[in-house]
Design a protein around this ligand. Structure first.
Ligand code: NAP
Length: 253
């Protein structure tokens, strides 16, 4: 589950509904929760912290450090702040939110490895990194494996198919597909009606099934409503056939 734009509710009722939506997703098995220090200026992490309270063991918590905090000491301090807001002692995945060419990647990754050694982070990831940037990140980590690259991927944005996706698959770096529903612009997700009818799935469910069809790709749809969360949670209960996957791919262009 994604959490961008979660954490700045307009009313207390909206806040409760956002927490309930996350809790419902966890109950239904959507156990990867992605947040960032940047989202709602830390409030998103606080809200995730409330949603996972009492069930830490069954949740995979992913958060991110903002590109202005990539100097060694800043990474360590940012991680501590995130863990505090989340109310946890370690993050399952700590990601560099965006590359920052002004700060040497070796310096940042040195700090990331210290966080792993200190038990504050289990896996190290990046986000919005190109092939070249991903290679440099991996090199900077030496023998420690780079776990993931979080990038935009959906039926309306397939740019990673021109190389980054294949590179990550080859290097066994998980692709975490953000904005997998095209940021909610569902009518723009070009899916033939015949496929929706055949699988008895909604447009959002087929879109999520399509995004995660390829090996090594997971998706983090955001939903602030229980109804959407419930809909998304069962989207992988059936797998699209290869033929239908190809048909959707062709119609999306
Ligand atoms: P998204 O998940 O593609 O779309 C979210 C929108 O789709 C929301 O408006 C949501 O509405 C709606 N929606 C969700 N489920 C639906 C359903 N079943 N039927 C109809 N509408 C549905 O877009 P996103 O939030 O941009 O991306 C997801 C996550 O990726 C973010 O939350 C964030 O964690 C991550 N992200 C990362 C980066 C990065 O730079 N690393 C950038 C962007 C996003 P409701 O909320 O009303 O349910």
């Amino acid at each position: 589950m994604g959490t961008w734009k979660i954490g700045s509710p307009r009313t207390p009722a909206e806040r409760t509904s956002q927490i309930e939506s996350l809790k419902r997703g966890l109950e239904l098995g959507m156990t990867l929760v992605d947040t960032a220090e940047f989202y709602a200026d830390g409030e998103s992490e606080r809200l995730v912290g409330e949603a996972i309270k009492g069930r830490r063991d069954s949740v995979f918590v992913a958060t991110k450090v903002w590109p202005t905090n990539l100097h060694h000491d800043d990474v360590l301090a940012a991680c501590d702040r995130s863990l505090k807001r989340l109310g946890i002692s370690f993050a399952d995945l700590y990601q560099i939110h965006w590359p920052n060419p002004r700060i040497p990647i070796r310096e940042t990754m040195g700090a990331m490895q210290e966080l792993v050694t200190a038990g504050k982070v289990r896996h190290i990831g990046v986000s919005n990194f190109s092939i070249e940037e991903t290679k440099k990140a991996q090199e900077a980590l030496g023998r420690t494996e780079l776990a993931s690259n979080q990038v935009e991927y959906s039926l309306v944005n397939r740019s990673i198919e021109s190389g980054l996706l294949q590179f990550c698959q080859k290097e066994r770096i998980t692709v975490i597909a953000y904005s997998p529903l095209g940021r909610g612009s569902l009518p723009a997700l070009s899916i033939p009606e015949s496929i929706l009818t055949k699988y008895r799935m909604t447009r959002a469910q087929v879109a999520l099934n399509w995004v995660t069809w390829k090996q090594g790709v997971v998706a983090i749809p955001k939903s602030a409503t229980k109804e959407h969360t419930e809909e998304n949670a069962v989207s992988l209960s059936t797998r699209l056939s290869e033929r239908d996957y190809d048909t959707i791919s062709r119609s999306a262009g």
